[in-house]
Design a protein around this ligand. Structure first.
Ligand code: PCA
Length: 152
């Protein structure tokens, strides 16, 4: 399969509410490569009335983020873009990740939020996302258009 590596840090991870998108064969092919961490620090916050995890495009602020790397085909890549509303909401960018198992550094796609209200930077910054974490902000699935930063 034509390979794209994608790093997921939010609801697409194993045991999180959108993981089924990655495993549904109708969406294309995906294969777990392994756990990984971003080389760069980023603010990972939970925001909007739907408690969505967002990685804000502010390198150097926040933590090195833990997530999972998947190898996906072109079909899955376009379906992930639909789910993440790229490029209206999240923007998909290439970024360097360190694979936990081998220490190897790999370039992966990652969904970042570039348009956000500045007060999102005042929220607690996580290192690792879980919908059911001690933060109490469980993810709410929604079809709303969140591409207007005022809605986040
Ligand atoms: N899904 C994508 C971006 C944020 C989200 O909830 C992910 O898991 O990486």
């Amino acid at each position: 399969m034509a390979t794209n590596l994608v790093f997921v840090y939010g609801t697409l991870k194993q045991n999180e509410p959108n993981h089924h998108w990655l495993t549904d064969k109708e969406n294309g092919e995906s294969k777990l490569v392994g756990k990984a961490t971003t080389q760069e620090r980023y603010p990972l916050v939970i925001a909007s009335k739907f408690n969505i995890p967002f990685l804000l495009a502010v390198p150097g602020k926040g933590e090195q983020i833990e997530g999972e790397v998947y190898e996906v085909d072109e079909k899955m890549m376009s379906n992930l873009d639909i789910l993440e509303d790229h490029p209206k909401l999240y923007e998909r960018k290439k970024n360097k990740m360190t694979l936990e198992a081998t220490g190897e550094v790999v370039e992966c796609w990652i969904y970042l939020l570039h348009k956000y209200r500045p007060d999102l930077l005042d929220l607690p910054m996580l290192k690792s996302y879980s919908s059911k974490g001690s933060h109490g902000k469980e993810y709410v699935a929604s079809e709303d258009d969140l591409s207007d930063p005022e809605n986040i």
